[in-house]
Design a protein around this ligand. Structure first.
Ligand code: ZN
Ligand code: ZN
Length: 372
């Protein structure tokens, strides 16, 4: 396998910090925050309007934003709902527009972000030095490509962007090593900017160009077979092949909620409009009278919020009716675009370098490194 081209040039983005909103999945109303190895310890509580109450040294203050340790860089612990989360950076509390909670933004050095996100993204997956490095570069590239994705902050800490679990104290040394070994390296498009790249847990056998799922132009190659000699590289992943059951009554209820159409009696559902990589784009749901076209992207989001996200690990599946349920037989975890984490791990175990792995999943793209 030929190594990807490693070009040294100036990448101005590497000097930037990343503003990451954390823990908003819990809608924090009150929390405790403290500076590790420092003196400051505060209690923060949402009051009303755009105000939070901050208690420091028994003194109460009502304000609309508060910087922990006067906005200085450091390590901080946030205690929320009986759990602790550790972050490295500058921590700010504020009331997000139209929300009634204490928002938390951590402004991070991109390299600390890469190291922390490796921990979040690898949770439950295999890790090895070369595949960790490949993922570190993919995480860094995605972060720098998606600055301001959320408007006044860059990234959230969920799979919507990239996961941060706030468990820096538990993180493996290997994450820091992978981030340090690839310091500043990104995957670049033809103009030398961070490329529009994605990665997922397990592609199930072939990767998908992102444009096939989300539309738009993308320079990435077509479908890539994640395997050789009849054996898929990501075969050992727990969701390489999966089977899930979805109740017909849940499907009916979502159709009613989202389209206003009341399907009656026995309903049928089929997976339609497949992409070249095997991702389903449309569900056809019908009773004797009506046929409803439900875009899968919208179905996953509605179903996940109302029932369980885990019932649809990927978008590659077939549907079978069984009694009052539908059986989904699927392959892969996540959207299956770009780097396949399980495949990358297998290739690394076979002795591939991170350059080789990235060149395989992102053919034609180059690696660029900022000067030290
Ligand atoms: Zn996000
Ligand atoms: Zn794969």
């Amino acid at each position: 396998m030929a190594a990807a081209v490693l070009v040294f040039m100036y990448v101005p983005l590497c000097a930037q910090t990343l503003k990451v909103r954390v823990l908003n999945i819990y809608h924090p109303e009150s929390l405790e925050a403290l500076q590790l190895n420092g003196v400051e310890k505060v209690k923060v509580r949402y009051v009303k309007g755009d105000n939070i109450e901050v208690i420091y040294n028994n003194e109460k203050k009502i304000t609309n934003q508060y910087f922990l340790n006067s906005g200085r860089y450091g390590e901080y612990e946030i205690r929320l709902n009986g759990k602790s989360y550790i972050y490295k950076g500058k921590v700010m509390f504020f009331v997000p527009k139209d929300e009634k909670e204490a928002g938390i933004i951590v402004e991070m050095d991109p390299e600390d972000y890469v190291s922390a996100s490796l921990d979040g993204e690898l949770e439950g997956f295999y890790s090895s030095p070369e595949s960790d490095k490949a993922l570190a570069i993919a995480i860094r590239t995605y972060a720098l490509k998606n600055l301001k994705r959320h408007g006044y902050y860059d990234l959230c800490d969920l799979t919507h962007c990239q996961r941060l679990n706030g468990r820096v104290q538990l993180k493996r040394d290997s994450n820091t090593k992978a981030a340090e070994a690839t310091h500043g390296v990104i995957i670049a498009d033809k103009k030398g900017n961070p490329a529009d790249i994605y990665f997922s847990g397990c592609c199930g056998g072939e990767t998908e160009p992102p444009g096939n799922i989300w539309g738009g132009n993308n320079d990435s190659a077509g479908v890539i077979k994640c395997g050789a000699g009849g054996v898929d590289f990501c075969k050992s992943h727990v969701f390489y092949r999966w089977e899930k059951e979805i109740k017909a009554s849940s499907v009916k209820s979502l159709v009613k909620e989202k389209t206003g159409i009341h399907l009656k009696g026995n309903i049928d559902m089929s997976a339609e409009d497949l992409t070249p990589g095997g991702n389903v784009r449309m569900l056809l749901i019908k009773d004797k009278k009506n046929t409803v076209e439900f875009p899968l992207e919208k179905f996953i989001s509605a179903y996940g919020k109302k029932y369980r996200w885990s019932d649809m690990p990927s978008r590659k599946f077939t549907v079978l009716k069984k009694g009052t349920s539908f059986i989904l037989k699927g392959r892969g975890a996540g959207h299956g675009c770009g780097l396949c984490l399980a495949g990358a791990h297998m290739l690394a175990l076979k002795g591939w370098s991170y350059e080789g792995v990235l060149n395989f999943y992102y053919p034609g793209m180059q690696l660029i490194k900022a000067p030290e």
